[in-house]
Structures are given as structure tokens and as C-alpha cells.
Write a protein that binds this ligand. Sequence first.
Ligand SMILES: Cc1ncc(C[n+]2csc(CCOP(=O)(O)OP(=O)(O)O)c2C)c(N)n1
Ligand SMILES: [Mg+2]
Length: 250
Amino acid sequence: MTRRRGRQLPAIVGTRPRVLFVGINPSLRSAEVGHHFAGPGNPFWRLLHAARLIPTAFTYADDGRLPEHGLALTNIVPRATRAAAELTRAEFAAGRVQLARRIRRARPEVVAFVGDGGLSMLMAELATCVKYRLPVKVFILNNEYMGMVRQWQELTYESRYSNSYSDSLPDFIRLAEAYGWKGVRIGDEGDLDAGIQAMIDHDGPVMVDCLVAKDANCLPMIPSGAAHTEMLLYGDRVVGTMEDEAKALV
Ligand SMILES: Cc1ncc(C[n+]2csc(CCOP(=O)(O)OP(=O)(O)O)c2C)c(N)n1
Ligand SMILES: [Mg+2]
């Protein structure tokens, strides 16, 4: 464990990728095997194929082939930890500078930040994009929740929600416009294609506020303290309780 902690994973970024995926930092498992998103429960590779961004199914071992498909991957902080909470403010500050430099060099068509919560943690970077004239496209999957946290609370804490609903989110379109970005709101599935096209066509930074189901769960997941063989595939199979020993690990 100690040996793995502190290991780093390099970014995989070619020139002008279609999409640059930005993670927070690698897991210990990813650092151990030397590949991104290597956690057995991580749906990244499966979803990449399901979204038809890659023509064949990839595993983490294929991460080096992402540039062949115009895709790129990086983290805000390259150091692997067991949890994001172990990262320091200084690492985030350095990571932001590094990320801005990387984006400026790679000039990706799209930078994908997932989540209203994730964007809220980095919204000051809207100014960075203006400063460096970066035509970054941000696509927010806005469920008004810290969705992953809400999901844990629903499935393993008997729906006792605490601090996972964000009732103080900004109007992301007005926020974008305040920084001189173009804002596009997608509130209906029928507006999806036109919204994405407007995002791509605009020559400059664009923020898309895509309103999604507020309480959809992301599966599969492995409950804390459970084995990989106990991965949950369907939320309705969860009884809604968790052993004390497992709770202590969350
Ligand atoms: C800097 C930081 N703080 C806290 C966390 C813990 N965390 C993981 S997912 C998550 C919720 C993110 O919410 P959102 O970006 O809205 O995405 P959603 O799960 O709703 O798709 C949080 C708080 C983290 N990963 N990084
Ligand atoms: Mg969210």
C-alpha cells in the first residue's frame, strides 16, 4: 500500500483530441497496473464503447490506444491515492496550472467535466479559458446532486440523504455568460443533437447545461467493504442496509 501511494500515472494526450477526459487523480489500483481507470468496478471503458466513441471494447490495458480514436485522458493531480480527500490544496493548485498548460498545448475540441458538483469545484477556471483564449466546451450532466454521494445514501444508508442535494447551484448559463462564454441549455432529450451541434459550431468556449434525471443511479458499483465478486449490477437488488464494519470504511 505504502509503496503504491505516491505513484503517478502519466497523461495520455495526443494533439487536438476530440475529447479530453479529466479525472481527479488515479486510484491505487490504476497506479499499480500503470493504466487509467483500472478499478474493476470502473465503468469508464465499457461506457466509452457503449457511447460509440471507440469501435471495439477496450480495457484499461488499451488506454494507450485512445489517441488513435481522437481521445485523451488526464488527471488534475497525477498522484495516486486511496481517496481524493488525501490530496492537498497545493496539489490541486499545481494541477490546475498543469491542466491549463496541457489544454493549451493539446487544443482539444472538447474537455469533458462530469457533474454539476465537479464543475462547481473548478468554476474559477472559466476565467482561465478566457485568459488563454481556449475554445473549451464544457458539458455538464446536471442532476442537481452530488450524484455518487446520493447514490450511496440511497442504497446503503436507507435513503437518509445528507448534503448531497445542491439547492444553491448557480444558473450555469448565466454563469457562463458572465465570463464571456456561450451558454447552451439542454432541458429536453429532443434538444440534445441541436445543443451539441451549437456547442461544436461556436468558435469559442461553450458551457452546456444538460439537465438529466435527478435520481438515476450509476451502476455497477461495489459497496464499501464488499468483494469485487459482490458488485451490484442492479439497484433494486440492494436491501438498503450496510454492516457497521463496512460503514466505517466509507
Ligand atoms: C475534490 C473532491 N472532493 C470530493 C470528492 C468526492 N466525490 C466524488 S463524486 C462526488 C460527487 C460529484 O458530483 P457531480 O460532479 O455532480 O457528479 P454526479 O455524481 O452527480 O454525476 C464527490 C463529492 C472528490 N472526488 N473530489
Ligand atoms: Mg451531479
